[in-house]
Design a protein around this ligand. Sequence first.
Ligand code: AMP
Ligand code: MG
Length: 410
Amino acid sequence: MTLIPLGEARGYVVERCPPRSPVARPIADALGCVLAAPVVAQERVPPFAGSAMDGYAVRAQDVLRARADAPVRLRVVGTLAAGGASETEVGAATALRIMTGAPIPDGADAVVIVERTAPDGDDGVLIQEAVQPGQNVRLAGSDVDVGTEVVSLGTVLGPGHLGVLASVGVRRPLVVPRPRVGVISTGDELVDDDRPLEPGQIRESNRPMLLGMVRRAGFEAVDLGTVRDDERLIERALHEGAATCDALITSGGVSMGDFDIVKVVLGRVASMRWMQIAIRPAKPFAFGVLDGTPVFGLPGNPVSSMVSFALLARPGLRRMAGHRSLDLPGVPAVAAAGLERKADGKVHFVRVRCRWNGSGFSAEPVVGQGSHQLAASAGANGLAVLPDGLGVPAGDPVTVVLLDDPFAIA
Ligand code: AMP
Ligand code: MG
């Protein structure tokens, strides 16, 4: 089978992962979702002119000449807290004690902050500073006016956006729902718990990893368990998964072995494309559609599974979730050690620890680059991209695809 370029495989996947239909979601569930329709404010924020400070609402003209050494006395006609509404008007030579967030009473046009005042007798206050009309007043609509587009189509909703939606009374924005992604491991050799291993058995590790990668990428992860290399069982698990999830990820059974049963079953029940991609690790990969549900067939080798999720499944799932930017970010870095390789027609993705060194990123390969050496790769936060050739000598530039936050590395 001829090797195909990564870009071709990725393009094939992404094209077959259309964005899901938008739904109205409570804002509490919408963090990280992509907004499917612009939100235009139907209300002003703030809804009324209110005080920006704790102090006294006054008529600016009454305190024109107030100074610390020549205060102006006003009569206090009441107190107003946030949430209240005053019926008392502020007339000539009067003031209303007011708290931050309370509406400015009729007649008043400015607020003197409490620090520039002193009580005077039972019903008076000494104003020690002049204020301009409008000072310490937040005007109605000064944050958001009616008709303003507050969050645009395609925005990935962050915490601030959720607050803005709430501020204009939008409780259920229209978003692209996160895909529910089912993860299935396959293999007769796999043991799911802590029982002693029989000869030939290994402990299953891809499912916890892939479920974590799904969740980390912002999707809903559904654990569909480990299935033995049995055609009937695998077929049933796949159909059940396709019926309950928006996308399926399988690990194992997609390469050229005699017992690569996932390949046999998917070849029969789904429209699949089997690929050998010109990358290392993660050469074998399958993608197809089963009962309308995209299926990502990842290789069983744990590091290959990790890399093919990052480079192939994640972009497809992000497209389903309505994202426009699909790929993990690539940053320029400098090789902290030589990243040697042989020419073999493939692009190599070397697992590295990528760190900020004060002026740029450095990339240091982890020790243990075998596709079964998950322990080493787990400590990596990036994939150094080595195009076909002889690699990158220490000190030379290299692009690193970030799997994780490079500032969070220990
Ligand atoms: P396969 O792709 O099924 O041929 O598996 C390739 C290699 O990955 C074999 O050594 C498997 O034992 C191993 N492997 C497959 N699935 C898993 C898994 N879920 N956890 C850990 N290792 C696995
Ligand atoms: Mg297998």
